[in-house]
Design a protein around this ligand. Structure first.
Ligand SMILES: Cc1cc2nc3c(=O)[nH]c(=O)nc-3n(C[C@H](O)[C@H](O)[C@H](O)COP(=O)(O)O)c2cc1C
Length: 176
């Protein structure tokens, strides 16, 4: 059985991106799924001086090990001011100091959602440009706009958007 990891690029305890990730992986019953939470990987703010003085925290190695041991990655990015959240960028920065090939050639289903009509498209563009430089193989991309209108009771209620996600999931599954 293939093993994947799934997580949100957010440290919110009520993360809408984690809700989306959880729904997306519920559509993958034939996979062994480990859902990770950035709150379980607390890290100091990256700084070159801190790295020189104390090295790279074990937590960053632990998260990277999860990536390296997975057959694929499902990630939904929260968007803060048009970019990654601080929590995600910080983890990414630390991990990139261990290995520039941070995403280890793993297939990725990349998603984002937000309460707004753009559904995190700015952060998705940033990630689509950047992640392949860190050895991510982005298989499919999905944005869920207006989360409050389109997501209810743990699923996407707009049938067109739900169909889009299912196509993205199917492509991801096939790539594993
Ligand atoms: C500091 C801050 C900046 C934000 N900037 C954006 C933004 O640029 N675009 C957007 O769609 N939503 C923005 N939002 C709203 C977030 O999309 C919203 O808080 C969402 O719930 C974040 O996802 P999460 O619940 O998975 O953490 C911002 C929220 C905060 C707190």
């Amino acid at each position: 059985m293939k093993h994947i990891i799934a997580f949100a690029g957010s440290n919110s305890k009520t993360s809408i991106n984690k809700q989306l990730v959880t729904y997306a992986v519920s559509l993958m019953p034939d996979l062994d799924v480990k859902i990770l939470d950035l709150n379980d990987f607390p890290l100091p703010v990256y700084g070159i001086d801190l790295e020189k003085e104390q090295g790279i925290p074990k937590v960053a190695h632990d998260f990277l090990d999860n990536i390296k041991n997975a057959d694929g990655i499902v990630l939904s990015l929260a968007e803060h001011n048009g970019a990654y959240t601080t929590a995600f960028k910080n983890l990414f920065d630390w991990m990139s100091r261990i290995d520039g090939k941070t995403f280890a050639g793993k297939p990725m289903l990349l998603m984002a959602t937000s309460p707004g009509a753009r559904g995190g498209q700015s952060v998705l563009s940033i990630a689509q440009d950047r992640f392949p430089r860190h050895d991510a193989i982005i298989i499919s991309v999905f944005s869920l706009p207006s989360f409050g209108d389109n997501f209810l009771d743990n699923h996407i209620k707009d049938s067109g958007l739900d169909a889009q996600l299912k196509i993205a999931v199917s492509k991801f599954n096939t790539s594993l």
